[in-house]
Ligand binder design. Structure first.
Ligand code: UDP
Ligand code: MG
Length: 162
């Protein structure tokens, strides 16, 4: 039904996900994309960029007082990162579940960091932690024209509305 589809589309959240330079260098781009894709989330923007140090400082602004801030920003700007926007019901919160805890030593097996990373300073992936950060990070990393909006034939099978 059109109305149901429209109502569902209005509920769809978007989150910002980045594969950090360690994930790119370790050849984990496809593996990480695949986990979000197989879950049923929809990729609506993607690009590969080398963030400048200033850009990394903006991205991690909230952590500027932390002792690891400088090293973290040097690291994020050390090579290409993959910037993505994923869309789906509950994608902000569930995206964080797919990613796992910040410290890979504490991430459950089955999560991206649990399965693929070992230390907190090289935890391969970033994901927005709430609706406000998601909006801010999407705006920081992507221009409006880099975002797409499309319907996908699998959606009726993922969401169960025909
Ligand atoms: N980080 C670090 N040392 C710490 C805590 C965090 O190097 O003790 C890094 C780590 O790469 C983490 C990033 O800082 O992903 C951002 O920290 P945050 O607490 O926002 O974790 P996240 O949201 O990425 O799970
Ligand atoms: Mg965070």
């Amino acid at each position: 039904m059109l109305q149901e589809q429209e109502a569902r589309a209005a509920e769809m959240e978007r989150t910002f996900i980045a594969i950090k330079p360690d994930g790119v260098q370790r050849g984990l781009i496809a593996e990480i994309i695949s986990r979000f894709e197989r879950k049923g989330f929809k990729l609506v923007a993607i690009k590969i960029v080398v963030p400048s140090k200033g850009f990394a400082q903006k991205h991690y602004y909230d952590l500027k007082e932390r002792p690891f801030f400088n090293g973290l920003c040097n690291f994020l700007s050390s090579g290409p990162a993959v910037a993505m926007v994923w869309e789906g019901e509950g994608v902000i919160k569930y995206g964080r579940k797919l990613i796992g805890a910040t410290d890979p030593q504490k991430s459950e097996p089955g999560t991206i960091r649990g399965d693929l990373a070992v230390v907190v300073g090289r935890n391969i992936i970033h994901g927005s932690d709430g609706p406000e950060t998601a909006k801010d990070e999407i705006n920081l990393w992507l221009k409006p024209e880099e975002l797409t909006s499309y319907s996908n034939n699998a959606e009726k099978w993922i969401y169960g509305v025909n």
